[in-house]
Ligand binder design. Structure first.
Ligand SMILES: Nc1ncnc2c1ncn2[C@@H]1O[C@H](COP(=O)(O)OP(=O)(O)OP(=O)(O)O)[C@@H](O)[C@H]1O
Length: 369
């Protein structure tokens, strides 16, 4: 696995997946203090802003060139808004997004349009993101035309189809004629048509059958190796992210709560929220599955329009300590090289000095009963 990008001066390290060498200091995408606040307006004759949905509220994230960073969290935590704000498909209300040295928020609309050639998106639902009246050929030549790419477009379409594992005959067919997995291959072909550097993939496999998911994940990995792509993969499914990501960032209610190299995060989750998320993921080994202690995640995600004071997770946290957690928002701290966590008590929890509330723990014998 790669070292986490902020690990200053770290040497390039091979990743666990395929021995790619990634320099954690060669950051392609750097996000600092990113904010997306959606105004809440009221009023019949005169609309006034009465509040804001703080969908993304001060996120820092660095994505090294050639790496895959996974962004995980439950539905509504702000993952999609973050991904879209990185590409300025939704306008950030604060912070900076620097891509390959360019401050994207400084660009005007035309400059941003040209910049998007380097940054593409793969969506969750390939059907919704493909126009049903457009043939695959038309879908794939559209970005080439929009960016005035010359050359033989038909040949380029055949090449793109081949790269994503579809036959040349797919060019004349329409989205509804394909299976979900094939449609996602078309979506991926469209995303790589302009040879981008970065792909933001928002739940790229969660709409697909489990048997097809692995094929699409493998395709994404092959394309990364072949084309030197950098990925930001957004997913609620920790198993998918674990497989594909070098570094995983965990998001809760608009902010990051933990970030670490993938193997480390899965072996030693430090934030109570991450621990609860991990508890929900089944472990394939039945002996381990039966004997592990689970931390339950109770209650709903609070509203991002009125987030809790102090630590945003304190209302659901089984390790909450009064009153510091209620009053003081914890900063992300580097606890081990490349492993940052936003919890006042991470070391105490890890060392077992603070135990979870009993009601939040499912003991092994209970979970297997
Ligand atoms: N255009 C918008 N206007 C107002 N609120 C919005 C808008 N888009 C998203 N939100 C709110 O921002 C919060 C974060 O939404 P977002 O879709 O980014 O979360 P998510 O983690 O990607 O969830 P999901 O996986 O369900 O898409 C939610 O409360 C959502 O209702």
């Amino acid at each position: 696995m790669t070292a986490q990008p902020s690990a200053a001066g770290a040497d390039p390290v091979p990743t666990g997946r395929d021995q790619r060498e990634i320099d954690p200091d060669d950051v392609l995408l750097s996000v600092r203090g990113l904010q997306v606040h959606f105004p809440i307006r009221r009023g019949i004759l005169v609309e006034r802003q009465v509040g804001a949905v703080k969908a993304v509220d001060g996120v820092d994230l660095a994505v090294p060139r050639g790496s895959t960073v996974g962004l995980v969290g439950e539905s509504g935590c702000g993952k999609t808004t973050f991904g879209r704000a990185v590409l300025r498909l939704v306008e950030p209300t604060g912070g900076t997004v620097t891509f390959d040295g360019t401050d994207l928020r400084e660009l005007d609309a035309e400059q941003m349009r040209r910049q998007r050639r380097q940054m593409q998106m793969v969506f969750q639902d390939p059907m919704a993101s493909l126009d049903p009246r457009q043939s695959v050929e038309s879908v794939l030549t559209e970005p080439l035309r929009a960016h005035d790419i010359g050359g033989d477009h038909r040949a380029r379409v055949r090449e793109l189809l081949d790269v994503v594992g579809l036959p040349a005959s797919a060019a004349s067919r329409y989205p509804h004629e394909f299976s979900g997995g094939q449609r996602q291959r078309v979506g991926i072909a469209r995303a790589i048509a302009l040879e981008p550097q970065l792909i933001v993939a928002d739940e790229p496999v969660s709409a697909l059958d489990v048997s097809i998911q692995a094929q699409v994940v493998n395709l994404l990995e092959q394309l990364q190796d072949r084309l030197g792509l950098t990925y930001l993969v957004i997913a609620h499914d920790l198993a998918v992210v674990r497989h594909i990501a070098d570094v995983v960032a965990v998001m809760y209610l608009g902010g990051l709560v933990e970030q670490a190299p993938s193997d480390e995060l899965y072996a030693t989750p430090l934030h109570p929220y991450t621990r609860a998320l991990m508890s929900a993921v089944p472990i394939p080994d039945p002996d381990v599955e039966e004997s592990r202690e689970r931390i339950l995640l109770t209650g709903d995600l609070p509203s991002p329009a009125a987030p809790p004071s102090g630590c945003r997770f304190h209302t659901r946290c089984p390790f909450r300590q009064e009153t510091r957690c209620d009053d003081e928002r914890p900063a992300l701290r580097e606890i081990r090289p490349g492993h940052t966590v936003a919890c006042h008590w991470a070391e105490d929890i890890e060392a077992g000095r603070i135990a979870p509330r009993e009601s939040a723990v499912v003991e092994p014998d209970v979970s297997t009963a």
